[in-house]
Write a protein that binds this ligand. Structure first.
Ligand SMILES: Cc1cc2nc3c(=O)[nH]c(=O)nc-3n(C[C@H](O)[C@H](O)[C@H](O)COP(=O)(O)OP(=O)(O)OC[C@H]3O[C@@H](n4cnc5c(N)ncnc54)[C@H](O)[C@@H]3O)c2cc1C
Ligand SMILES: NC(=O)c1ccc[n+]([C@@H]2O[C@H](COP(=O)([O-])OP(=O)(O)OC[C@H]3O[C@@H](n4cnc5c(N)ncnc54)[C@H](OP(=O)(O)O)[C@@H]3O)[C@@H](O)[C@H]2O)c1
Ligand code: SF4
Ligand code: SF4
Length: 506
C-alpha cells in the first residue's frame, strides 16, 4: 500500500523534506511547483513509512486504504500525476521508481559567530509566521511580532473557512512560535494609522519584514456595485470567522438566491458555507452569530458567476471535487451557451473542467424562483461577466453579459469574490497597478533594512503553503544583507521599543 495526499494540501512542501525516498512531487526545486494545486505521492515508490503524514501541518496525508467517501478519488489523483508526460517511464515499471534528488542548495549565509539580529515582523498571517519561524529556527535572531488585530493568525484565523478544520490546524503549527523565548508579541499594534511608523520600527530593529497581506477586496467596476446587499465575499467569510472588524449583524441572508461573482476558491468557500446544512457547521470554529444567521437565513441557491469557461476557472480541483460530496446540495451547470458543455465534454481527465462531467446541465430559467424542494443548490454560470448590480434601495438582480447574450439573475445578495490587493503603507513604496510593494527577492526597493513577504510581496495569489517558499527567499535576502553589512544600524533599544509599543497599542 501507499500513502496519498488529499484535499487540504496547501503545498507547503513540509512532507517533501521528510520523505526518505523522495517520492513526493513536485518539489519546490521543480518547475511544476509554481503551478501545482497540490503535491502528489508516487504510489510505486512510497515505502509506507508515514513520516510525511506525521509532518503535514494540515492532516492532508493518509494511507490509501484508509481513504473514505470523496477522499478515495485521491488515490487515483496521486497516481495519475506520475503517469503524466513528464513522469511516464519508457517501459512499464513493476518495482519502485527511483526519483533523482536535485543538487543541494544552501541559502543561509549568516556566519555562525554572527550576533543576534533584532528583526520586526509585521503581520502574523502565514507569510509573517513562516518568516519568523525561519529566523528562529536557523538564526539566533530576536523577533518582534506585530499585528494590528488582537488575535494572531491573519487569514488562517479569519479567512480559511470554518468548515476546513484541517486547514485551520496550520495555525497550530504557527502558534508555537508566538510563545518562543526569543519572540516579543505585540498584538493590537498597527503600523501606520496612529500606531507605530515605519521609521520608528526601523530605528529600533536591524531589519523589518512586512507581511501585511492584501486586505482590500478588488472591485467589479460596474454600476450599482456599492448598493446595500453587494459586499465582498471575504467579508462574509470573515463574518463566519468572527472577525472583530465585521459586525455580528452584518449579514441578514433573507433572500433565497445569492450571486457570487468570480470563480476562485474564495467564491467556492462562500457558496459552500451559504448552502451547507447549518447542522454540519455546528462544532466547527464558526462564530455563534454566523451559525445563528445561517440557520435563520433563507438562501436556497447560490449562483457562481465565472467570466471565463470551466476550463479556465480559478478554483482548484480539490475544492470543486469537495462540492460534489456536499450532503443535501445539488450542483447544476447553466447550459446557456453551447461552449460551456463543449468545454466540459471535451476535457481530458486531468483538466479542471472534467470534474464537472456528470454534473447536471440545464438552461436555467431565471424568471423562476429557486426550486423549493427542500434541497439547496449551487449553479455554475460560466462565460458571463457582471455588467450591473440592479436594485432600488438594495440589490435586486445582477445583469450579466457574454457571447451567448444577456441575462438578469434575480438575487438579494451579491458577493464579490474577484480577488484582493494590497494597500499602501506610509513610508514604503507602492505599485498601484499590482497592489504590491516593489521589491527584489523580498528587498523593498529604495528602503534598506525593509523586506516584504507573502501577498504584499507577490500579489494576492497562492494558498498558505506558497508563503513558505516566499519566506525562505525573503529571509535569505535579509541574512545575505546582514552578512554583507548592508543593514542600517538601529539607534533605539529593544526596551525603548517596548515602551513605545505599550503607549501606541490598542
Ligand atoms: C477568504 C480566504 C480564505 C482562504 N482560505 C485558504 C485555504 O483554505 N487554504 C489555503 O491554502 N489558502 C487559503 N487562503 C489563502 C491564504 O490565506 C493566503 O495565502 C495567506 O493568508 C497570505 O498570507 P499573508 O501572511 O501574506 O497575509 P494575511 O494572512 O492576510 O496576514 C496579514 C496580517 O497582517 C496584519 N496587518 C495588516 N496590516 C497591518 C498593519 N498596518 N499593521 C499591523 N498588522 C497588519 C493583518 O492583521 C494580518 O494578520 C485564503 C484566502 C482568503 C482571502
Ligand atoms: N481552499 C483553498 O485552498 C483556498 C481557499 C481560498 C483562497 N485560496 C487561495 O487564495 C488565493 C485568492 O483566491 P481568490 O478566490 O480571492 O482569488 P482568485 O483565485 O484570483 O480568483 C478571482 C476570480 O475572480 C474573477 N474576476 C476577477 N475580476 C473579475 C471581474 N471584474 N468580473 C468577474 N470576475 C472577475 C477571476 O476571473 P479570471 O480568472 O477570469 O480573471 C477569478 O475567477 C488563490 O490562490 C486561492 O487558491 C485557497
Ligand atoms: S509514507 Fe514515507 S515513503 Fe511514503 S510518501 Fe510518505 S514519507 Fe515518503
Ligand atoms: S500541506 Fe504540505 S506537508 Fe501536507 S501534503 Fe501538502 S505539501 Fe505535504
Amino acid at each position: 500500500m501507499a500513502f496519498a495526499i488529499t484535499q487540504t494540501c496547501c503545498s507547503d512542501a513540509t512532507c517533501v523534506s521528510v520523505c526518505p525516498v523522495n517520492c513526493i512531487h513536485p518539489t519546490p526545486e521543480e518547475r511544476a511547483f509554481g503551478n501545482t494545486e497540490m503535491l502528489h505521492i508516487d504510489p510505486k515508490s512510497c515505502i509506507d513509512c508515514g513520516a510525511c503524514a506525521d509532518a503535514c501541518p494540515v492532516d492532508a496525508i493518509f494511507p490509501v486504504e484508509r481513504l473514505t467517501g470523496g477522499q478515495r478519488e485521491y488515490a487515483r489523483i496521486n497516481a495519475a500525476y506520475y503517469e503524466g508526460e513528464d513522469h511516464r517511464p519508457e517501459q512499464p515499471v513493476r518495482g519502485p521508481v527511483f526519483h533523482d534528488w536535485g543538487a543541494p542548495s544552501f541559502d543561509r549565509v549568516l556566519p555562525a559567530d554572527f550576533g543576534p539580529l533584532r528583526v520586526a515582523v509585521v503581520g502574523t498571517g502565514p507569510a509573517g509566521m513562516y518568516a519568523a519561524r525561519d529566523l528562529l529556527l536557523h538564526t539566533p535572531a530576536e523577533v518582534t511580532l506585530i499585528d494590528r488585530l488582537p488575535v494572531a493568525g491573519g487569514l488562517v484565523r479569519y479567512g480559511v473557512a470554518p468548515d476546513h478544520p484541517s486547514t485551520k490546524k496550520a495555525g497550530e503549527s504557527f502558534a508555537r512560535f508566538l510563545t518562543h523565548p526569543r519572540v516579543r508579541l505585540c498584538l493590537g499594534l498597527e503600523v501606520g494609522d496612529g500606531g507605530v511608523t515605519a521609521d520608528e520600527l526601523a530605528a529600533h530593529h536591524d531589519a523589518v519584514i512586512y507581511a501585511v497581506g492584501a486586505p482590500e477586496a478588488r472591485r467589479l467596476g460596474v454600476p450599482g456595485e456599492d448598493r446595500p446587499g453587494s459586499v465582498a465575499a471575504s467579508e462574509f467569510v470573515a463574518w463566519c470567522n468572527g472577525h472583530p472588524d465585521v459586525a455580528p449583524d452584518a449579514f441578514e441572508l433573507s433572500a433565497d438566491r445569492v450571486v457570487v461573482v468570480g470563480n476562485g476558491n474564495v467564491a467556492l468557500d462562500a457558496a459552500r458555507l451559504l448552502v451547507s446544512d447549518p447542522a454540519t457547521l455546528q462544532g466547527t470554529p464558526i462564530a455563534a452569530h454566523a451559525l445563528a444567521g445561517l440557520r435563520r437565513g433563507k438562501v436556497r441557491e447560490v449562483v457562481v458567476l465565472g467570466r471565463r469557461g470551466p476550463q479556465h476557472a480559478a478554483y482548484t480541483r480539490p475544492e470543486l471535487l469537495a462540492l460534489k460530496h456536499l450532503s443535501g446540495v445539488d450542483l447544476l451547470v447553466d447550459d446557456h451557451d453551447p461552449a460551456v458543455g463543449a468545454a466540459i465534454d471535451g476535457a481530458a481527465d486531468q483538466d479542471k473542467a472534467a470534474v464537472l462531467k456528470g454534473v447536471r446541465r440545464e438552461a436555467v430559467d431565471w424568471s423562476l424562483p429557486p426550486a423549493a424542494d427542500g434541497r439547496r443548490r449551487i449553479v455554475f454560470r460560466f462565460l458571463s461577466a457582471p455588467a450591473e448590480v440592479r436594485g432600488e434601495e438594495s440589490v435586486r438582480a445582477v445583469r450579466v453579459t457574454g457571447a451567448a447574450g444577456e441575462a438578469e439573475i434575480p438575487a438579494g445578495t451579491v458577493l464579490r469574490a474577484v480577488g484582493h490587493r494590497g494597500t499602501p503603507l506610509d513610508g514604503l513604496p507602492f505599485d498601484e497597478s499590482t497592489g504590491t510593494v516593489p521589491n527584489d527577492r523580498g528587498r523593498v526597493t529604495g528602503r534598506p533594512g525593509a523586506y516584504v513577504v507573502g501577498w504584499i510581496k507577490r500579489g494576492a495569489s497562492g494558498g498558505i503553503g506558497a508563503n513558505r517558499v516566499c519566506a525562505t527567499e525573503t529571509v535569505g535576502s535579509l541574512l545575505d544583507d546582514a552578512a554583507s553589512g548592508r543593514l542600517p544600524a538601529p539607534t533605539g533599544s529593544a526596551r525603548s521599543f517596548r515602551r513605545l509599543a505599550r503607549r501606541r497599542g490598542r
